[in-house]
Design a protein around this ligand. Structure first.
Ligand code: ZN
Length: 272
């Protein structure tokens, strides 16, 4: 509590520090929030210091967030500490800037879709291993796996300029199945639920690198991994079949666009 004293500007002398419950309509929602400020006992004038003003803003934002079902600043902080995450680590997991985390924690209101992702991250669902399937990302290995898949399917899957529309879905099934059966993905890729289906996270940056990658640099596929790729090829002999199967998966359907599909979802696949 601040020791600062304020005098009423109209000359009634010292104002009293008071805390009261306020009600207002904020972004179309009626909210109640606590407010600490100075009040003149004679004329009722309210005045606050800068830090009181900041607290009021924060209380308003939190009351609004509570009302519409978003995480409040303190819930975000508590959740983060429970998961033992720094602001930086949480930002990296969510692929947002650290400034966003700081703002949400101090009272700027996050969007609904960011809120969902925050909850996903703070529930432990997005911990590094579950995003990469216990392997660090290897772009040459993505190419290697796709080349092996192409050999089995006897058709080209990795095409330039098609944004890996089908290749990514095959890779997704291969990585998920490998995680389910071996506890480790084949490529270390992270997948996101996009409107066109499961897709490599940041695929726009990855496609060119995958096409250019030299697959001989990758760690060779194990016999078990080859079998997994063969099984995926056998289950989805056409690009059309892998496309429609992936669109029937609840783990894709249930996520908002852009959200990660953790490897723990491998156990909930229905088409493979
Ligand atoms: Zn006064």
């Amino acid at each position: 509590m601040e020791k600062k004293k304020l005098s009423c500007p109209t000359g009634h002398g010292e104002m009293k520090l008071a805390s009261k419950q306020k009600h207002m309509t904020f972004k179309g929602v009626g909210i109640d929030y606590p407010m600490v400020c100075f009040i003149c006992p004679t004329c009722g004038l309210e005045a606050g210091t800068l830090s009181q003003g900041a607290d009021i803003q924060k209380n308003m934002a939190d009351s609004y967030r509570k009302k519409i079902g978003l995480m409040t600043g303190s819930e975000i902080i508590e959740g983060r500490k429970k998961q033992n995450l720094t602001q930086e680590k949480l930002a990296n997991m969510m692929k947002v800037g650290i400034a966003s985390i700081k703002r949400w924690e101090t009272g700027i209101i996050q969007s609904k879709s960011m809120d969902k992702m925050l909850r996903q991250a703070l529930s432990g669902e997005l911990c590094g291993d579950l995003l990469t399937g216990n392997r660090s990302l290897s772009i040459p290995r993505i190419k290697l796996a796709l080349r092996y898949l192409e050999k089995v399917l006897d058709m080209k899957v990795l095409k330039e300029n098609d944004r890996m529309l089908y290749a990514a879905k095959y890779m997704w099934y291969i990585d998920m199945k490998a995680y389910r059966e071996t506890g480790q993905s084949v490529t270390g890729a992270t997948y996101a639920a996009l409107p066109m289906g499961p897709q490599l996270n940041n695929y726009k940056d990855l496609v060119a690198a995958i096409i250019k990658a030299y697959e001989k640099e990758a760690e060779p596929l194990t016999e078990q991994e080859k079998l997994i790729i063969e099984k995926v090829a056998c289950t989805f002999p056409s690009t059309k079949s892998v496309y429609s199967a992936s669109h029937r998966e609840t783990v894709w359907e249930e996520k908002s666009p852009g959200h990660f599909i953790p490897y723990s979802d491998a156990f909930r696949l229905t088409e493979l």
